[in-house]
Design a protein around this ligand. Structure first.
Ligand SMILES: [Mg+2]
Length: 412
């Protein structure tokens, strides 16, 4: 094609056929302004078309790859020497490789593998990459999502289905002590979503009933029952009634004290603020109490909140709860209800929790995240986060630390 002809008439497909010769031009060196403009300015003299461009900057070094159509006959040697001279003048290295066509088509099946390391070791990275390859997957792209509070890296993988990849990497991540999330890639990841969180030991660091129990002087008894329930050894509803009964006679003024004692999990505010900015709806469901979750809803601007309600009569806790019981099945039911109210398909919901009573909700959600959970929960969830920072969930959704910080700076 000569420069004088119309380049891309509307009736001619612009995709590069597989059998057309192409040149891969790779530039490497110290990054500075003008590299990309300089390279393409140099190539422009040869009337080549751009098929693909990839550019990465790591610690001040740039790798710029341009895949272009071959120049008119007889000009390739000239193009090569001109690009090399330009690169030399910029103190960059250049490599030009002749070949045919575009990138080879990617295999079927697209997944995103997010690895959270604290730290992320070379050994772990090698093991994960080997596992991906072992399932028949190809790593198409690797990208760092965050360096704080964990090192988060995303691998785009093709050529294998999400489910076997998730199974293979779940075993590997447990052995390596890192968090690995595998999700199907695709448009749904960017669609508006709903995030529903458990409260006790997820959104907050405390178990609310234990805070009440401390005021009633029955901490040990309550903690015992809570632990057994969370391990899945006790029916949640029975244990709820047993624990609440221990609070009978407690003055209602304790509610305000407990509210002020609640400690948010590190990263909770960042997670919620960022999700809200992105147009997500955010809710909480708790086997704890509305006396605390209503306050959290106001403070954090949550769209949904549901929990059990402590009955208060004549300024005293009666030792009973009122209304619909939020237990394991209730949490999943509420996730569905919130999703329906938010107009978000269940497949586009994310649930986060730590206890056995979160399991139905975690399984019902499109993505169930076990957050610093007991082993029984961790093993059953789609993915697990085992670092104590709630904002790391953002990385599982493909949101980078840089994006979070840029949004915060913009808002200040
Ligand atoms: Mg919990």
């Amino acid at each position: 094609m000569s420069a004088s002809q119309p380049r891309h008439p509307a009736d001619v497909p612009v995709a590069v056929p597989d059998d057309v010769p192409t040149l891969l031009v790779k530039i490497f060196g110290k990054d500075r302004p003008g590299i990309t403009a300089g390279l393409f300015d140099t190539l422009a003299a040869y009337s080549v078309d751009v098929v693909d461009i990839e550019q990465v900057v790591t610690r001040g070094r740039i790798v710029l790859c341009a895949l272009v159509t071959e120049p008119p006959p007889g000009l390739e040697g000239d193009l090569r020497s001109t690009v090399h001279s330009w690169a030399e003048s910029m103190r960059m290295q250049a490599e030009i490789i002749s070949g045919i066509g575009d990138n080879r088509p990617r295999g079927l099946g697209r997944s995103l593998v997010t690895v959270l390391g604290h730290p992320l070791t070379a050994e772990t990275t090698a093991a994960i990459a080997a596992k991906i390859t072992g399932t028949g997957g190809n790593i198409d792209r690797i990208f760092r999502l965050a360096k704080y509070p964990v090192t988060a890296v995303e691998f785009a993988v093709s050529g294998t289905e999400t489910e076997p990849l998730r199974t293979a990497l779940a075993t590997e991540s447990a052995a390596l002590g890192v968090d690995v999330a595998v999700v199907a890639a695709g448009l749904h990841r960017r669609a508006q979503r709903l995030v529903v969180m458990d409260v006790d030991s997820t959104l907050i660091q405390d178990e609310v009933i234990e805070l009440f129990a401390a005021h009633a002087g029955c901490e040990d008894k309550v903690a015992e029952v809570t632990a057994a329930a969370m391990r899945g050894e006790l029916d949640f509803e029975q244990s709820l009634h047993a624990r609440v009964a221990l609070l009978e006679g407690l003055d209602a003024s304790v509610v305000d004290k407990v509210r002020s004692e609640v400690r948010l999990t590190p990263g909770a505010r960042t997670l919620i603020r960022t999700l809200k900015r992105l147009g997500y709806q955010v809710g909480v469901v708790s086997g704890g109490f509305t006396q605390v979750t209503d306050d959290l809803q106001d403070r954090l601007g949550l769209d949904f909140a549901q929990a059990n309600t402590l009955e208060i009569v004549d300024g005293k806790l009666t030792g009973r709860v009122t209304g619909e019981i939020v237990d394991r099945a209730g949490k999943a039911r509420l996730l569905r209800r919130f999703a329906a109210e938010a107009g978000v398909p269940l497949a586009q919901t994310v649930a986060i929790g730590d206890g056995a009573n979160d399991l139905d909700m975690l399984n019902a959600a499109g993505l169930g995240v076990a957050f610093n959970a007991k082993p029984v929960v961790r093993e059953a969830a789609h993915t697990a986060v085992n670092v104590p920072f709630l904002d790391t969930v953002l990385y599982l959704l493909g949101i980078t630390r840089e994006e979070v910080e840029a949004a915060d700076a913009h808002d200040d």
